[in-house]
Design a protein around this ligand. Structure first.
Ligand code: GTP
Length: 336
């Protein structure tokens, strides 16, 4: 199954929220549809530019775009977790030159998808791979966001691409977290370095650097703790890991990935703010886009922070994570 098919099938809770929202907005006050003979289907201009979505049916209900309709659109987008600022910007762009025009839900979906893709295109960037060996990737995020799973999935993909990968289980306080990482390491066929429970994560990171250098690993991914309850401790812990790995390589870490859980909705925005204060976040991965109606938050994140979105997760299996494609995501999100 292609990742787009998977994305479209699994993003349904978010997409039905937006898709049905648009249907409702158009149908609520529109005149009853007058049946007309159906001409051969042809995609609209936006459809032709952005994919092969369904053409607007001639008998689809339509509604003239006015201020009231724009307000309903805004509210719907806010409820779909795109956030107020982004919702306002999108509706303003959508309205430009179209006030008074009678629009169908399909046309609105095409326009909305194009607007969302426009916002997200600049941030859609796969994790960059550098010639530097080992490339050190620090992975941060709150407990349960999906760090372990993401590390496992990425490790498996890089290995499949011929890279030698090593993982360090830096959340040394939680035995269960270390065990999970070991299981993912086995699945991905990648060594996982662990330390005694409760030992210093920075010391493990140093040992992992030493081993990765000695073995000529291409990539070292370091998992970290996500206890936000004690922000000061966590900040010190992350800072110490960075200090220690810089003794080995002053340019490391080369990437700091923040893993976010889509089901947290608008709270993901706060997590970005917080982790940017704790670490030098260089890119985002969003997990759990399946089974949540809050996937729209990714648009708000792109619009607000402009941080690269490296990958998105739509399930618990090893191949349920892929590079972020803005057009695919935008179309899936609006239900096209
Ligand atoms: N449905 C779904 N579940 C996911 C996804 N990514 C991760 N999970 C699940 O979310 C749960 C937490 O994921 P972990 O990878 O353990 O998260 P973590 O951030 O490492 O959490 P701690 O180990 O508690 O620090 C696990 O049950 C995963 O299987 C996803 O894309 N979709």
């Amino acid at each position: 199954m292609s990742f787009f098919t998977k994305l479209r099938d699994r993003l349904t809770r978010s997409s039905s929220k937006i898709g049905e929202g648009l249907d409702g907005i158009v149908e609520v006050t529109s005149a009853p549809a007058v049946p007309q003979p159906a001409p051969a289907p042809s995609p609209g201009l936006v459809g032709r530019l952005f994919g092969t979505g369904p053409a607007a049916r001639p008998d689809e209900p339509r509604r003239a775009l006015d201020d009231a309709m724009l307000e309903e659109l805004e509210d719907m987008l806010v409820q779909a977790d795109l956030g107020v600022d982004t919702a306002l910007r999108i509706t303003a762009n959508l309205a430009e030159g179209r006030m008074g025009r009678r629009m169908s839900s399909t046309e609105l979906k095409e326009l909305l998808a194009a607007e969302i893709a426009r916002i997200m295109t600049p941030v859609a960037r796969p994790l960059p791979i550098y010639p530097k060996k080992p490339q050190v990737v620090l992975v941060v995020g709150v407990n349960g966001a999906g760090k372990t799973t993401t590390i496992g999935k990425l490790a498996s993909q890089f290995r499949a691409a011929g890279k030698s990968v090593m993982i360090a289980a830096g959340d040394t306080f939680r035995a269960a977290a270390v065990e999970q990482l070991q299981i993912w390491g086995q699945r991905a066929g990648v060594p996982v370095m662990v330390a005694a429970q409760g030992s210093d994560p920075a010391s493990l990171a140093f040992d992992a650097m030493t081993r990765a250098e000695a073995e000529g690993a291409d990539l070292l991914m370091i998992d970290t703790a996500g206890r936000l309850q004690n922000r000061q401790d966590l900040m010190e812990e992350l800072a110490k890991i960075v200090r220690v790995i810089r003794k080995k390589d002053p340019t490391a870490p080369h990437n700091t990935l923040l893993v976010l859980d889509a089901t947290t909705g608008q709270n993901a925005l706060n997590q970005v703010e917080t982790f940017r204060q704790l670490a030098d976040v260089s890119g985002l991965v969003m997990t759990k886009l399946d089974g949540t109606a809050r996937g729209g938050v990714l648009v708000a994140l792109a619009d607000r922070f402009g941080l690269p979105i490296h990958a998105i997760g739509v399930g618990e299996q090893i191949d349920d994570l892929d590079a972020f494609d803005p057009n695919d995501f935008a179309r899936a999100l609006v239900g096209l």
